[in-house]
Design a protein around this ligand. Sequence first.
Ligand code: SAM
Length: 286
Amino acid sequence: MSEKWIDETLYDTWKQSFRVDKELARKKSEFQDIQIIENEFYGRVLLLDGATQITEKDEFVYQEMLAHVPLLTHGNAKNVLIIGAGDGGVLRRVLQHPEVEKATMVEIDGDVVALSKEFLPKISAGCWDNHRAEVIIGDGIQYVADAKDESFDVIIVDSTDPIGVGEVLFTDAFYRDCARILTPQGLIVNQCGVPFMQADELRETSLRRAQFFDYVSAYVVAVPTYIGGFMTLGIAGKGDNHTKQRVSVIEERAQKANILGHTRYWSPEVHTASFCLPPYIQEQLP
Ligand code: SAM
């Protein structure tokens, strides 16, 4: 029997392929083409409009850095807003922090959540039923427009790239509202692509955010399936810039939160070092 492969055309001149050992689900939702396949090496893989979103094998890399870095940088986040992230992996990590009283997740596509619950239960690891979690199916830009001033300590945006349904999450209007609904020491994190290939994404997002936040920075994470070198996670906040903290401070907070020793990519040292940017990335920041 011939092998089936799926191509992800990331850039005009470069693509990656996964061998499809089994197609588990395929649905054209109201918003996107959702596919979940099985690959011998990566396990289950979620693709949206043909773009890899998450795999069982490397999800910990991205999700740990997207959740633990902002929460431990903040140090006392009680109300957390997650936008996108329909697979549940970020929600799961946010709920590991005992100081978080409520995690509100707003995902536009109910089909991503439903299919992730059914086919990617290892990624969310039962977080959906946690009494501190509220999952809302709706548009993130509308949610932040309607939210009360200073109602969240941390906002985590785990969106698709700035094309299609995720485009609104990279606009001035979105960032203006995010700044308004964050508490005075609040901060926001979002994925800013792979700067070796998409330098504009980090530069443009950072310039936009610089209009509404007191500081704008970024940190790096090497996600195997987001090819092209380091991916950047943009971070911006109100009040004092706490992004460059001593390892001992982060370690103490992680110990208190019982995160220490329970992660596979994040560590206090990796946390601190991830803010050291190679010059080709640093030069994209304002
Ligand atoms: N962590 C993976 C990554 O970055 O590739 C997965 C992210 S994926 C689960 C991103 C999610 O953002 C999708 O499920 C998509 O439906 C959702 N999304 C896109 N635009 C959105 C919007 N305007 N409001 C809320 N969620 C949105």
